[in-house]
Design a protein around this ligand. Structure first.
Ligand code: GLN
Length: 290
């Protein structure tokens, strides 16, 4: 395993054997050699130092044992930017990029003009949603809440590195906004934990044993956080307000119903992800034109 191509071949057969993604070896090797993909692939005969070989081998073994590659290399791409991650935060998913895209598009449609918009991201984790929204739309004044101080630390580092201006608040769901009587919001976005109890056991061990359970488990039917958020936001919404939730496959109708029970005139859309699964619910509440 002296040279790049041997290291890559070894990793891909080792990982395949372990039932993991064979391409993870390339990400790990790039990390240890600090190389972009094109550079690595045009240096297939580059000789690795002993230290590089050892560090790479040890990470390939850790990934084979189930540790997500993103925790080993310490970052993940989201919406074209690099976010730091560690075991305290959920690794940002491509499905969540679709949620962000949906918010950006609908915001432009629902809130015409150029006045600032109060945005809140509940359960921000790595800060991927909040930071991306703040960077993509200069009208957004973004606040983000998380119950875990450890997540907020990572999120703040990400904001600093990416040059995003976000106000970070520590607390349970919307509690910091009510307690400090902060501004009401125009847009609420959240990717809360939504995996129902029965489904936890079926998750891949790479997810279940390594990503934070507090970011995944949504109670018996997976809907606990939607119920609480929908209740708690009642006094905190401007008129009109947009709510954007990431949801689990098959939860669309249930979340729509919860929303309509509390806000009967809301306009609620269930939106599929690129895999054709229910993945987002968008609601427009208090729109006089609807
Ligand atoms: N999409 C994540 C998963 O399937 C779950 C994220 C969440 O619960 N918010 O692992």
């Amino acid at each position: 395993m002296n040279v790049v191509f041997e290291a890559l071949n070894w990793a891909s057969s080792f990982l395949k054997e372990a039932g993991r993604d064979e391409n993870a070896g390339e990400l790990l090797l790039r990390h240890h050699l600090k190389m972009e993909r094109a550079t690595l692939l045009s240096n297939l005969r580059l000789v690795l130092s002993k230290e590089q070989q050892q560090a790479f081998r040890s990470d390939v073994i850790k990934h084979a044992e189930g540790i997500p590659v993103q925790y080993l290399i310490g970052h993940e791409e989201f919406y074209g930017r690099r976010f730091k991650v560690n075991q305290e935060v959920l690794i940002p998913r491509p499905e969540t990029e679709e949620l962000v895209e949906g918010v950006l598009q609908r915001a432009a449609q629902y809130f015409q003009g150029n006045e600032k918009l109060q945005v809140v991201d509940v359960g921000t984790g790595s800060g991927a949603i909040a930071i991306t929204l703040a960077l993509e739309n200069p009208r957004f004044l973004v606040r983000a809440i998380d119950i875990a101080e450890e997540s907020l630390q990572i999120a703040e580092q990400n904001a600093k590195e990416l040059g995003a201006d976000v106000e970070w608040l520590h607390g349970d769901l919307l509690e910091p906004i009510s307690t400090h009587r902060l501004n009401k919001f125009d847009i609420l976005v959240s990717n809360p934990p939504y995996i129902p109890d029965w489904e936890i056991e079926t998750l891949s061990p790479v997810v279940k044993d390594h990503e934070p359970m507090r970011a995944l488990a949504g109670g018996e039917d997976g809907l606990d956080f939607y119920r609480r958020l929908i209740q708690d936001m009642q006094d905190l919404l401007n008129t009109p307000a947009m709510v954007a939730f990431e949801i689990g496959a098959g939860q669309g109708e249930d979340v729509k119903e919860l929303m309509l029970k509390t806000y009967p005139p809301a306009k609620v859309e269930i939106v599929h992800d690129i895999n054709g699964k229910d993945r987002m619910v968008f609601a427009l509440i208090g729109d006089s034109s609807s």
